[in-house]
Design a protein around this ligand. Structure first.
Ligand SMILES: *[C@@H]1O[C@H](CO)[C@@H](O)[C@H](O)[C@H]1NC(C)=O
Ligand SMILES: *[C@@H]1O[C@H](CO)[C@@H](O)[C@H](O)[C@H]1NC(C)=O
Ligand SMILES: *[C@@H]1O[C@H](CO)[C@@H](O)[C@H](O)[C@H]1NC(C)=O
Ligand SMILES: *[C@@H]1O[C@H](CO)[C@@H](O)[C@H](O)[C@H]1NC(C)=O
Ligand SMILES: *[C@@H]1O[C@H](CO)[C@@H](O)[C@H](O)[C@H]1NC(C)=O
Ligand SMILES: *[C@@H]1O[C@H](CO)[C@@H](O)[C@H](O)[C@H]1NC(C)=O
Length: 403
């Protein structure tokens, strides 16, 4: 059998930009634009953003403003219409992914001070006998929404969707955020891993450019993860513009503890010349912080794949901070709550895109191996047996006439 490889070298310049697939424009990459509606008349029943039926995923602050990577909401509703309203702190034209149940993701941009209708009588998958589940996620880390309300038909209601029992938190940088991947957060290994497990709640505390060490790296507006992990908002310019020097603390007491924490950090420390000793010391601090916060959690340190450089007739990998990350694992060896996930051999040079981030295929490879690791090592069963996880990766070669 011969395979016809179709590598996706795709990137988005910003939310809702053109997708280039092997240099060709991808047709209709963002199907599903929701129409703007007015929810002020008697056709709607309106709920505020504090409604207990709305389950917030990822980090949102006390004003219902979303932060970090792939934050979202999940809810159930009866009847045949659903709208979301967005407050003044919503980024102009921010791209949202949304879906009914486990159907394929759709996309819509929204803007501040407006309401958009995400489900109507002709929406596929509506359950008119019971209730329909709806999920929404913000695809780009740099933008966000302020949820100001949810509306359903005047004779309908919101319904709680039970949460899954297990919780995963991913702490990372641009790789976990999906920078330069086709659908950004929705194409990242972090999402592919957590959504791939299927029956877990997940939160992705990741932001491009962030260092692990308490240092302001690249264009970030706040120090590294050892500091910022304790805050609701991220290290981007939007957070600095919203809060200045006074970001809100993240209230760990009112949110569920994670059972599993995956840390993938250090690539930015390397490029910002953090010494091995400083990196090691910061990593030990971060693991101690996470363990104090979530005493029951397994904490997994992911090795850094580094760079792939052409050498003679092949490519060589030069991973970053190998001995330091191993020493951090050694430091916690007797405690039993720290595990190591080695990425050696999973990615090859052509799994990295021209901007030095994993291609969509690279992200899926990391996620798939990590899923299997989680099953073998921790005994977690895979819970997704049908719903879409990776969006728009259904491409194939129908040629049957080889000889
Ligand atoms: C949204 O409304 C607020 C308050 O009414 C206003 O200050 C702001 O300029 C509006 N934003 C946009 C994008 O229209
Ligand atoms: C929002 O989406 C519509 C429909 O896809 C598109 O025409 C428009 O350019 C988008 N606007 C922004 C600001 O991205
Ligand atoms: C609503 O739908 C969800 C998902 O199917 C289900 O778990 C839940 O029990 C339903 N709630 C009600 C009140 O029907
Ligand atoms: C969570 O665990 C409880 C107790 O084991 C079980 O009854 C329930 O069905 C689980 N919920 C989900 C959504 O898996
Ligand atoms: C970094 O910040 C500088 C100055 O504010 C700005 O000109 C530049 O575009 C920023 N770079 C990125 C990648 O955001
Ligand atoms: C890190 O060090 C290299 C080599 O000395 C230098 O070229 C680079 O500018 C430094 N990077 C930063 C962010 O300081």
């Amino acid at each position: 059998m011969r395979l016809s490889p179709l590598y996706i070298l795709a990137w988005t310049l910003q939310a809702s930009a053109t997708i280039l697939q092997n240099g060709q424009v991808r047709d209709d990459p963002y199907l599903g634009q929701a129409p703007e509606v007015s929810v002020g008349d008697g056709a709607w029943r309106n709920y505020g953003p504090d409604a207990s039926e709305i389950s917030y995923k990822g980090r949102w602050d006390s004003q219902h403003i979303s932060w970090w990577s792939l934050p979202g909401i999940n809810l159930g509703f009866t009847g045949n219409q659903l709208a979301l309203s967005f407050g003044p702190q919503t980024s102009e034209g921010v791209l949202l992914a949304y879906r009914i149940g486990g159907l394929d993701w759709e996309f819509s941009n929204v803007t501040a001070n407006a309401s958009y209708q995400f489900a109507g009588p002709s929406t596929p998958g509506l359950d008119l006998t019971q209730n329909t589940t709806f999920e929404m996620r913000v695809t780009n880390w740099g933008y966000g929404v302020q949820l100001s309300g949810v509306s359903v038909a005047s004779d309908a209601e919101l319904v709680v969707v039970p949460e899954y029992n297990k919780t995963v938190e991913i702490i990372g940088d641009s790789f976990a955020s999906g920078q330069y991947a086709t659908y950004e957060g929705l194409s990242a290994w972090a999402y592919n891993f957590a959504a791939g497990l299927g029956d877990v709640e997940y939160s992705i505390t990741a932001y491009p450019g962030i260092c692990l060490t308490d240092k302001q790296c690249w264009n970030n507006t706040a120090p590294g993860m050892t500091h910022q992990w304790f805050y609701a908002s991220d290290v981007g310019m939007r957070a600095a513009a919203t809060y200045g020097d006074h970001p809100e603390k993240w209230n760990f007491d009112t949110h569920r503890q994670a059972d599993l924490v995956i840390i993938e950090l250090g690539t930015n420390d390397r490029t910002n010349n953090v010494t091995g000793t400083d990196f090691y010391n910061s990593y030990v601090d971060l693991v101690n912080s996470v363990h104090r916060t979530y005493p029951q959690a397994h904490i997994v340190l992911m090795s850094l794949w580094g760079k792939f450089v052409r050498s003679g007739d092949t490519y060589n990998q030069s991973p970053s901070y190998v001995s330091e990350i191993n020493r951090v694992c050694q430091h916690f060896k007797d405690d039993g709550f720290v595990d190591y996930f080695g990425t050696k051999g999973i990615l090859q040079h052509n799994d990295i895109d021209p901007q030095e981030h994993p291609s969509d295929v690279g992200h899926i490879k990391i996620a798939s191996h990590l899923m299997q690791w989680t099953k073998l090592k921790l005994g977690w069963e895979f819970g997704a047996t049908g719903p879409e996880v990776q969006h728009d990766t259904l491409y194939w070669n129908d040629e049957a006439g080889y000889r």
